[in-house]
Design a protein around this ligand. Structure first.
Ligand SMILES: *Cc1c(COP(=O)(O)O)cnc(C)c1O
Length: 363
């Protein structure tokens, strides 16, 4: 049996009738941008998150960058970011002209270690940008307490965690300001690029709304230097269908994770931790192994697809080497040791069993 790391056709095939109907509805409408589907999805996703406002944009990276721009962050400012994350988190900061200042992770949950944040704060710091990495919420209570003490904004990167819960509240619920990505492989995936800003801060949402559409509220009246970063009607119509399944699909992910956690116990392998205040969205199931590359090769031979999220620590990538940041030994070690096993709502029970057997044989 082969188990691909990810099968992007499966979600479409499960919802084929509804998605085909939604796409046909948009095609026939003749309205392709900033229309009724976007408006409806924004209302539905804000309600899902427990927030007052949702503004869809072109991608998750744009959502982050536009929040930072709306907060007035730019050249000369610093934003605290996780050392261990996908590079897009940092790129959004760099995009504004500000400088990313990395903080090492808590290795149990892979999210930013709040105990290390204060040492990174300088007079130039404007915001802290925690990432709910792999679907596990960052320690928001601790991050917010530090931010309040220093008068800093908190901007969350929830690209990997729609539906995750922190202390009984969904990621995105007030008082958060959050960026989501609807890249096809994410838990809530469009059929192309898309993202959203979710907040209960009306003024901030209005600024992002202005920025995403050429700085214009009324056609050909341009109030600020905006850009073009929008989710189109086709994607919004598809996202509405997908959103109606998000909780069910996250629950299916959690069942796979529970089987992995039980079936892989006691091996020479570190399993992902879940904080007691967290409900994981299980975007990725990430284990740690000192001989990671050998394990990945053996799993590949057994027909099990794996990926590494991420093989190079962001500060060590050629893109960021000129900043001369680091060393960040924890993040560098994670880059050498992490391995993502297949997880998703469409894995069959047999496939999950095959992954467990293959890992047990390979370790
Ligand atoms: C996917 C991702 C992004 C960027 O989202 P895009 O929609 O691809 O721009 C940002 N941060 C994290 C942690 C991500 O996984």
């Amino acid at each position: 049996m082969t188990v691909p790391f990810l099968d992007l056709r499966a979600p479409y095939l499960e919802l084929r009738e509804e998605i085909d109907e939604a796409v046909g509805r948009v095609l026939r409408s003749g309205w392709y941008l900033l229309g009724p589907e976007v408006e409806a999805f924004e209302a539905e996703f804000a309600a899902y998150c427990g927030a007052a406002q949702c503004v869809t944009v072109g991608s998750g990276g744009d959502a982050l960058a536009l929040i930072l721009r709306a907060l007035g962050i730019g050249a000369g400012d610093e934003v605290i970011v996780p050392a261990h994350t996908f590079i897009a988190t940092w790129l959004a900061v760099s995009d504004t002209g500000a400088t990313p200042v990395p903080v090492e992770p808590d290795p149990a949950t892979f999210t930013m270690d709040p105990a290390r944040i204060e040492a990174a704060i300088t007079p130039r710091t404007q915001a802290i940008l925690p990432v709910h990495l792999y679907g596990h919420p960052a320690d928001l209570d601790a991050v917010r307490a530090i931010a309040d003490r220093h008068g800093l904004a908190v901007v969350e990167d929830a690209a990997q965690s729609p539906g995750a819960v922190h202390n009984g509240r969904r990621i995105g619920a007030a008082p958060s300001t959050v960026a989501f990505s609807f890249y096809p492989g994410k838990n809530l995936g469009a059929l192309g690029d898309s993202g959203a800003v979710v907040t209960s801060d009306r003024q901030l949402a209005d600024k992002v709304r202005l920025l995403r559409n050429y700085g214009s509220r009324v056609k050909y009246q341009h109030e600020v230097l905006g850009t073009n970063s929008r989710t189109d009607e086709l994607q919004a119509a598809v996202l509405r269908v997908k959103l109606s399944r998000l909780d069910e699909w996250n629950a299916r992910r959690a069942r796979v994770a529970d089987r992995y956690l039980a079936g892989l116990k006691g091996l020479d392998l570190e399993l992902p931790g879940v904080a007691e205040w967290a409900e994981h969205a299980w975007h990725l199931f990430v284990v740690r192994a000192t001989d990671r590359d050998v394990l990945a090769a053996r799993l590949g031979e057994a027909g099990v697809g794996t990926l590494v999220h991420y093989p190079v620590a962001v500060h060590a990538s050629p893109a960021y080497q000129p900043l001369g940041l680091g060393p960040f030994p924890l993040s560098e070690r994670l880059a050498d040791e992490v391995l993502s096993l297949p997880i998703g709502p469409h894995l069959t029970d047999d496939q999950v069993g095959a992954v467990i057997s293959a890992v047990r044989d390979a370790v």
